[in-house]
Design a protein around this ligand. Structure first.
Ligand code: NAI
Ligand code: MG
Length: 365
């Protein structure tokens, strides 16, 4: 089978890190896998070319491919644009129209970087957990919302709202993932004080019992979960939670592992006709205008995002593991981009040197 991939490098360091991912794709292409890669614009560069951060033709392509891989969007040049024309609207449109309701954020600690975490080495060394955040509903979208006047003062209103089917589909994503990992799901909400949390716990429990009895399910209040995440993160395998709590918990978990330049993500939707889920892969970081064009960007977050595409879109789990091992090897060999060097410094490698080293490590593996 051919694996179709749409690459959207975007703005700032997006194109720089994507150049390195292309080297990796080139390595896998022909070694038992084949890729049909197309490329297009998103964000500020799309606005420059078409007057819109995402052209309809690009949107249509994204709906058809097995996976979309995005670099980053945005930059100071576009800060004064109208809200509807801003680069991030391009990304939001992709997520919304592809209905990407499950946001997967791994927190993985490569042993070579364990010293770099803000936590004690034994707390994070070998850490490998996955946070599944509901991405398309909840308090960021619920109605009613707005700022209204009541009596002689204004009130800011947002509504936390989840339907049973919205909870069920993200729960299934988490259980499916757990089966391919450590077979454990911890669901986090605040059922003690929120109605949506009561329903969340009920639905997740029912789906776990009826459809995934083989997966160990536990529940935790999200505030206690935040504490446990910092105290002993290795107790978790897959965490599933709502949009708001997931936003906070995944950012906190990210810092367990070091640099923004290391963090991949995936956003998945419903299965398409070929059985593969709608999927968008992207590094967690932004367009980093402060280092753009200097060869300083760490390409690993984007390369690990491609590893997630291998695993979750292209049925190539072994290849994904091989790529992750190659990353681990170059880090163990001591290679560091500037973001991975502490205040004591050292001599950093460039974006291109890091990409080349990872490809060389694939050869050696
Ligand atoms: P940022 O993630 O672009 O940068 C934050 C800091 O981390 C900067 O010092 C940057 O140099 C560093 N950094 C980020 N990625 C790195 C990498 N791969 N290697 C080495 N260092 C890296 O976030 P910031 O500065 O808040 O936003 C910059 C622009 O990016 C804004 O226009 C913002 O809207 C956009 N942005 C886009 C996102 C996306 O495309 N998904 C996400 C976050 C921000
Ligand atoms: Mg956030």
């Amino acid at each position: 089978t051919t694996n179709s991939l749409l690459i959207l490098p975007g703005d700032g360091i997006g194109p720089e890190v994507m150049t390195e991912v292309r080297k990796v794709i080139g390595w896998f292409d022909g070694r038992g896998m084949s890729f049909d890669v197309s490329e297009d614009l998103v964000g500020g560069c799309a606005y420059d070319a078409h007057g819109t951060p995402l052209h309809d033709d690009t949107m249509a392509k994204a709906q058809e491919v097995d996976a979309v891989l995005l670099g980053a969007v945005g930059g100071p040049k576009y800060d004064s644009l109208d809200f509807s024309l801003k680069p991030e609207r391009g990304l939001l449109r992709l997520r919304k129209e592809m209905d990407l309701f499950a946001n997967l954020r791994p927190a993985q600690c490569f042993d070579a970087l364990a010293d770099f975490s803000s936590l004690k080495k034994d707390v994070v060394a070998g850490l490998d957990i996955m946070i599944v955040r509901e991405l398309t509903s909840g308090i960021y979208f619920g109605e009613p919302r707005g700022i209204v006047t009541e009596g002689n003062e204004r009130v800011g209103i947002n509504t936390q709202r989840y339907t049973e089917s919205e909870i069920a589909r993200v729960a299934r994503s988490a259980f499916e993932l757990a089966r391919r990992r450590g077979n454990k799901v911890c669901s986090m909400e605040k059922a003690n004080v929120m109605e949506s949390g009561v329903l969340w716990r009920e639905v997740v429990t029912k789906i776990g019992a009826e459809e995934y009895p083989d997966v160990a399910l536990s529940h935790m209040y999200a505030d206690a979960g935040a504490m446990q995440l910092c105290r002993w993160p290795k107790q978790f395998d897959v965490i599933v939670t709502d949009n708001l709590f997931g936003d906070l918990l995944s950012d906190a978990a990210a810092m367990l592992t070091g640099s923004l330049g290391m963090l991949p993500s995936a956003s998945l939707g419903l299965p398409m006709a070929n059985g593969r889920p709608k999927a968008l892969y992207e590094p967690v970081h932004g367009s980093a205008p402060d280092i753009t064009g200097q060869g300083k960007a760490n390409p690993i977050a984007c390369i690990l995002s491609f590893a997630m595409a291998l695993r979750y879109s292209f049925d190539a789990g072994d290849e994904a593991t091989r790529l992750e091992k190659a990353v681990e090897k170059v880090l163990a060999d001591g290679l560091r981009t500037a973001d991975l060097l502490g205040p004591e410094g050292g001599s950093p490698v460039s974006t291109g040197e890091m990409g080349d080293a990872i490809v060389a490590a694939l050869d050696a593996a």
